[in-house]
Ligand binder design. Structure first.
Ligand SMILES: Cc1cc2nc3c(=O)[nH]c(=O)nc-3n(C[C@H](O)[C@H](O)[C@H](O)COP(=O)(O)O)c2cc1C
Length: 207
């Protein structure tokens, strides 16, 4: 069934970018973080609450998060040591979080859950939108050493270590590299919708 907004010639047809949830558009992976403004435990709880309501196969909820904050300087320092050189801007973050996922099906521990990373990614995506709503910097990273993190937090083999996330409040761009400083305000770009969606057709143009 079609409605007026499906017709591109209709006066009511709007650019879909003007109609999505605002936090999807305002979220961005900033690097300028205020090193002196701590993130409260209550704020972290709201991020976990956002993750908590993500969907998952059999409601298995395979995600978990290991977190180091300024309240435990020794742990935070060890977590900072895991970051890749290219992510040294994240050393300022008062919180480093690491996303994990349980590899097995919820009640059948011998059967692998082949979508555990997908599910944990969705939970973390919800967290990212909650963080955007709260004006927090929430910057996910693959540039870190997961072996170090496994050791520091004593993470069992049944869990994958997925991503690092720098969390804090916006700060100055002064100590960022020129490139990173420019990226704080640049216009975010994406593929066109027709490059990744195929409605009522084969995926013939998918490359
Ligand atoms: C799984 C994942 C890994 C990422 N790894 C890094 C990283 O190691 N360092 C970094 O500066 N940004 C990293 N990013 C941020 C991306 O570069 C960023 O999301 C992308 O350029 C789109 O920008 P936007 O998030 O502001 O829309 C990562 C993002 C994701 C989701």
């Amino acid at each position: 069934m079609h409605n007026a907004t499906d017709n591109p010639d209709s006066a009511e047809h709007k650019d879909p970018v003007t109609e999505v949830i605002p936090q999807i558009l305002t979220r961005r992976s900033s690097r300028a973080i205020d090193p002196d403004k701590a993130v409260s435990e209550h704020t972290l709880e709201r991020l976990f609450e956002a993750a908590r309501w993500a969907p998952s196969a059999f409601n298995g909820q395979p995600w978990a998060y290991a977190v180091a904050t300024t309240n435990n300087p020794e742990l935070l320092s060890a977590a900072r040591d895991s970051l890749a050189k290219g992510n040294s801007w994240a050393l300022k973050a008062p919180v480093l979080m690491f996303s994990l996922s349980y590899k097995k099906m919820p009640s059948k521990k011998l059967i692998p859950n082949w979508l555990h990373k997908y599910e944990a990614g969705m939970a973390t995506g919800q967290m990212a939108l909650q963080a955007a709503e709260e004006g927090l910097v929430f910057h996910q990273m693959l540039g870190f050493n997961p072996f170090k993190i496994r050791k520091i937090f004593n993470i069992p083999r049944s869990y994958s270590v997925l991503s690092a996330i720098a969390i804090g409040y916006p700060g100055s761009t002064e100590e960022l590299s020129k490139k990173h400083a420019l990226e704080e305000t640049h216009t975010r770009t994406r593929k066109a919708i027709e490059d990744f969606s195929f409605i009522d057709s084969t995926c013939v143009d998918l490359k």
